[in-house]
Design a protein around this ligand. Structure first.
Ligand code: AP5
Length: 222
């Protein structure tokens, strides 16, 4: 059993690394951004509320976000652990997560922090394409699809996220530094932060990440 929180700025590569890790461990990847996008696509009240914030590059309020993620963590597939991607993003969310996991007799075991320069973040966000069907993420320069505009995995059409406009990207990065970056110290103080050089290629970051998880001495494929 292992509970992992991937921390990093927008475009750092959290989703890319979480997906590879999820296949290896195997554990579910729970992405708060994906949960919001699914709610928006389904036209739910939560989705409509979240969209107002996401379109502006702001964080969705804690009272909405915490309940949504806590509900997801209560699903049976999360009983053996989880890889959280994009949550927590505020001190309030971090405290709430600790409480939710404590009620299940668990705690956050490791927080890999994917560290990338602001210039690299903007380059990665600008070139990102996502499959509208299965959510696989590509980059036009660093990890391009084989057939232009089509997902290698399922053949779905690739699209650019609406919150990847230059203005929203800039705002998301500002919001990250103001509201989420303080969590680096929060998790460091608890002795569970592992800093990864996210400037390296995708496979290298994944290799170092797996080494860090192996070092926890867990059972399973590690
Ligand atoms: P969310 O969906 O979580 O977006 P994000 O944090 O902004 O992160 P991204 O998905 O943009 O980036 P990533 O780090 O996953 O990078 P990726 O792997 O795709 O959140 C969206 C919005 O929802 C938020 O702005 C907020 O409004 C709301 N929200 C979500 N969670 C919330 C919360 N907890 N509280 C409140 N509000 C919340 O990689 C990026 C690109 O780079 C890809 O093209 C990829 O192929 C490429 N790439 C990745 N790694 C590498 C590498 N090592 N080398 C070269 N290219 C790479």
């Amino acid at each position: 059993m292992v509970d992992i929180v991937l921390l990093g700025a927008p475009g750092a590569g959290k989703g890319t690394q979480a997906e590879l890790l999820a296949q290896w461990l195997p554990l579910p990847r729970v992405s708060s951004g994906d949960l919001f996008r699914a709610a928006i696509a389904a036209g739910t009240a939560l989705g409509l509320r979240a969209k107002e914030y996401i379109d502006r590059g702001e964080l969705v309020p804690d009272e909405v976000t915490i309940g949504m993620v806590a509900e997801r963590l209560a699903q049976p597939d999360c009983a053996q652990g989880v890889i959280l991607d994009g949550f927590p993003r505020t001190a309030g969310q971090a405290e709430a997560l600790a409480e939710v996991l404590a009620r299940m007799g668990r705690k956050v075991d490791i927080v890999p922090y994917v560290c990338v320069s602001p210039e690299t973040l903007l380059r990665r966000l600008a070139g990102r394409w996502t499959c509208e069907q299965c959510g696989t993420v590509y980059h036009e320069a660093y990890s391009p699809e084989k057939a232009k505009g089509l997902c290698d995995a399922c053949g779905g059409k690739l699209y650019q996220r609406p919150d990847d406009t230059p203005e929203t990207q800039k705002r998301r990065i500002e919001v990250y530094f103001a509201q989420t970056a303080p969590l680096i110290q929060y998790f460091k103080d608890r002795g569970i932060l592992v800093e990864l050089d996210g400037e390296q290629d995708i496979a290298t970051v994944q290799r170092v990440l797996r080494q860090a998880i192996r070092a926890l001495g867990l059972t399973g494929p590690c």
